[in-house]
Design a binder for this molecule. Structure first.
Ligand code: FES
Length: 208
């Protein structure tokens, strides 16, 4: 681990200054969702696809469509679900559809991250790749994503690479496009969502 990364990790873990994104309860309720048997797909559970818009997953604006004006530059991240704009169906019936939207300075994004971004906004799966908790906290000083279960830390500027804690791989990215003043989905997740068999820790649990 580089000196900078180590410093970041210590600062984040030591200070525990993460800001909850409002879905802490969900993170505890579904610790290893990705390991459950696959459910029958319905319009509410189908994965995000091209052209889907996003709606707030919780809070005062729950169910409202997200515009760029709703996303403060530099964070925090916002938890959203995709919505089919043609049918109006919100795809909240599948927890793996929970997504983090974060608006950042485009100049801070790595080249690979910039390919998936729209107006500096990036989208990632909110399901931790360690044991499947919700990545529900934002660390304002560092501008990083924090999973509260075991303090997994992801850098949204660098493809959500893991910079601290036990997650074995980055959060999957969701390519974005622009429609009017809204970020929209421009493809599927770049890798499997959640826990991948063979990469999960042996005998692990998501107890906090
Ligand atoms: S489930 Fe996220 S760090 Fe363990």
């Amino acid at each position: 681990m580089s000196k900078k990364t180590d410093t970041t990790r210590r600062a984040v873990v030591g200070a525990t200054v993460g800001v909850g994104l409002g879905l802490g309860a969900i993170s505890m309720l579904f610790p290893i969702g990705a390991l459950k048997p696959k459910k029958l797909e319905t319009p509410e559970t189908e994965p995000p696809k091209d052209g889907d818009v996003f709606v707030f997953a919780e809070g005062d604006k729950k169910g409202s469509e997200v515009t760029f004006d709703d996303l403060p530059k530099g964070g925090p991240a916002v938890l959203v679900f995709p919505k089919d704009p043609k049918t109006g169906v919100v795809k909240s019936g599948e927890r793996n559809n929970l997504i983090l939207l974060i608006r950042l300075d485009p100049g801070e994004l790595s080249p690979e991250t910039a390919e998936y971004a729209a107006d500096g906004t990036v989208a990632y799966s909110a399901i931790c790749t360690h044991l499947g908790c919700t990545v529900s906290e934002w660390v304002p000083d560092e501008g990083v994503l924090l999973c509260p279960c075991h303090k997994g830390i992801y850098d949204p500027r660098k493809g959500a690479e893991v910079i601290g804690g036990p997650p074995p791989r980055p959060l999957p990215a969701l390519p974005l496009g622009v429609e009017g003043n809204q970020p929209v989905c421009a493809g599927g997740f770049t890798s499997p969502v959640g826990v991948v068999a063979g990469l999960e820790p042996q005998g692990g649990s998501c107890a906090v």
